[in-house]
Write a protein that binds this ligand. Structure first.
Ligand SMILES: [Zn+2]
Length: 116
């Protein structure tokens, strides 16, 4: 489950940044996760709970992980049709060709975090 290492990386970066700012505990993390980013939101939440147990001095028991899903969008390079792809290699519903260029939905980023 690569969400585990991904979440670990995110928390490391946040903790480093937080310490530099004098923030000692983490209360809330907000992430943006694209629908075709190959990251499973449920697995991220599970990973967050595990890290919470492992790092209770930094991540408070009440800490929340909020995930904003970014909708997937693709545009066909042949006919220009914009549609919602089900996966990264997007087949245009009109041309029936794998000619879709994903324009949205591949994001994985930290939107914000809060602590004190
Ligand atoms: Zn097309």
């Amino acid at each position: 489950m690569h969400e585990m290492s991904l979440m670990g990386e995110v928390l490391n970066i946040i903790q480093e940044d937080a310490l530099a700012k004098g923030i000692k505990t983490l209360e809330r993390v907000e992430l943006v996760v694209g629908e075709v980013s190959n990251v499973l939101p449920d697995a991220l939440v599970m990973a967050f709970e595990i890290f919470k147990e492992q790092n209770p001095h930094f991540i408070t028991r009440e800490a929340i992980l909020k995930i904003h899903l970014e909708e997937a969008r693709a545009e066909c390079v042949l006919c220009g049709k914009v549609y919602q792809p089900e996966q990264k290699i997007a087949q245009c519903p009109d041309c029936r060709m794998p000619s879709g260029k994903v324009t949205s939905g591949e994001t994985f980023q930290v939107l914000s975090y809060e602590g004190r």
